[in-house]
Design a protein around this ligand. Structure first.
Ligand SMILES: Cc1cc2nc3c(=O)[nH]c(=O)nc-3n(C[C@H](O)[C@H](O)[C@H](O)COP(=O)(O)O)c2cc1C
Length: 127
């Protein structure tokens, strides 16, 4: 099965009256990590006070199913697919889902996948 990489970004809509941004991201992350481990998915998530970008790696059908689910969560909106394409290998091989707040350094880890933040969505992003 060919390995596919999916990249999207979205606008965060977290309610910070309830919990800190970090805590709410951690809740998402914990269940994402468990599920991704079971499904053989890997990837990374990066966020700041406004935007979030996520890279997901795995089999196409699994990614599409997950992406449809992710799109519906009300913790973010304007979910925009940047790219979905076959990739020769996993980049985040040992991470069921890694996570970083956006800084100059953490952003550089994502440099192979996008150079602009926020990332402009592409037409025909699915390849
Ligand atoms: C930004 C974002 C990224 C997510 N990434 C993943 C993921 O990589 N894998 C996964 O299984 N679920 C992912 N989810 C779903 C959540 O991990 C989890 O299913 C959800 O927060 C649980 O909420 P619920 O109990 O209200 O369904 C993501 C959700 C959001 C909002």
């Amino acid at each position: 099965m060919p390995m596919v990489r999916l990249v999207y970004f979205s606008t965060l809509t977290l309610d910070l009256k309830k919990d800190t941004r970090q805590d709410q991201i951690n809740v998402i992350l914990r269940s994402a990590q468990l599920h991704n481990l079971e499904m053989g998915l890997t990837g990374a998530l990066i966020y700041d006070e406004k935007w979030l970008a996520q890279i997901l790696e795995g089999e196409r059908a699994d990614l599409l199913q997950l992406y449809k689910r992710i799109e519906r969560y009300n913790r973010h909106t304007n979910v925009a697919l940047v790219e979905m394409a076959e990739a020769p290998a996993r980049y985040f091989e040992i991470w069921s889902m890694s996570c970083a707040e956006r800084t100059q350094t953490s952003l550089s880890i994502f440099a192979p996948f996008f150079t602009q933040w926020p990332i402009p969505a592409r037409r025909n992003a699915c390849r």
